[in-house]
Design a binder for this molecule. Structure first.
Ligand SMILES: [Mn+2]
Length: 335
């Protein structure tokens, strides 16, 4: 447990609101492979902005609204890039996105969309955030973007409705695995308690995020665990598109697996390697006091948090082997 060391920058929160209020339509694209924090924080913020007369549209940037997040109130109004027409937006508000290149197909199809011609409000908790916004509210000490949004909405004096509280608690639970991660502070818990007081219900969040799963997920886990490997201090496995196809699984279904692997005795870090066109997308975890996986990821052009990070490894089996050996060595030497 770390100390509750951050305070919201109220000047920046007021500047953000001024910019948002000047917009006709705010588009809120999420980071790729969106998770509960990324989507729920955007929905909560758009609901609060509606109270202030501001139109803001959350949008999943790479086409699919994750089935697992179907329980979020307001999910039916979320746009999906590639499925829905883009609204005529004149402001972008990015929440939980450390880097504009993480905006999935929305970025890949036209990088100029985020070149600054359309102003950007940047609200995030990743230590690797590169401060790309006209207004930046970046708090690396926060365990989730949803916690920051909770404080911002308080500063804006909007109503904390049941729906907003439920979204924000879902975002916090998602990023803290139900208040269990090293990043969880007493402040995280106080914010969570305030959200419960405002009507949020943890039970359906825990079920949706941590219990309910399709059979295809069990199939994926079975295949991934069968192929687990140990390299130095790293435990890792690989999933190919073929495995996803054979199991009938969708991308994102294996996301929780790395959190299971990371507790394995004798290994200081865990990784799942997802094969893709260019090489592998890697999800990395380490235990408290373990190796800083954000800095490991950064060596290879990725980023994230000290205990949870991601990186894309381009290339062939050799590139994969050197990556795995490097992480394995760092994780072993750290002990
Ligand atoms: Mn987050």
């Amino acid at each position: 447990m770390t100390s509750p060391s951050w305070r919201l920058d109220h000047t920046a929160a007021a500047e953000a609101l001024k910019l948002l209020r000047s917009a006709r339509c705010v588009l809120m694209p999420t980071h790729q492979n969106v998770d509960a924090d990324g989507l729920a924080s955007a929905i909560a913020m758009s609901n609060a902005l509606a109270q202030l007369g501001v139109t803001a549209r959350p949008m999943v940037s790479d086409g699919e609204v994750p089935h697992q997040l179907g329980f979020l109130p307001g999910i039916e109004d979320v746009l999906a890039y590639g499925r829905d027409d883009l609204p005529a937006y004149d402001l972008l508000c990015l929440v939980d996105c450390s880097d504009r290149r993480r905006l999935g197909d929305f970025y890949a199809d036209d990088p100029d969309r985020v070149n600054g011609d359309v102003p950007i409000v940047n609200i995030d908790h990743h230590v690797t955030n590169d401060m790309f916004g006209q207004v930046n509210i970046v708090v690396p000490e926060a365990a989730s973007a949803s916690e920051i949004v909770a404080d911002i909405l308080q500063a804006w004096k909007t109503d904390l409705t049941h729906d907003i509280a439920q979204c924000l608690l879902a975002g916090i639970y998602g990023d803290t695995l139900g208040l269990r991660t090293d990043s969880t502070t007493s402040r995280t818990m106080r914010t969570s308690a305030d959200l419960v007081d405002a009507g949020a219900d943890p039970a359906p969040i825990v079920d949706a995020l941590f219990r309910v799963k399709p059979r295809s997920s069990v199939c994926l886990w079975e295949r991934a665990l069968r192929n687990v490997q140990y390299t130095g201090g790293l435990i890792w496995t690989e999933l190919t598109q073929d495995t996803f196809d054979r199991c009938g699984a969708s991308p994102g279904e294996a996301e929780g697996m790395v959190n299971f692997l990371v507790g394995t005795e004798g290994s200081g870090a865990a990784a799942i390697l997802y094969a893709n066109d260019k090489g592998w997308r890697v999800s990395l975890r380490s235990l408290p006091d373990g190796v800083d996986v954000a800095s490991v990821a950064a060596e290879f052009g990725g980023g994230g948090h000290p205990r949870a990070a991601g990186v894309q490894i381009d290339g062939d089996e050799d590139a994969k082997r050197s990556f795995v050996e490097r992480v394995g060595q760092l994780a072993r030497d750290h002990r």
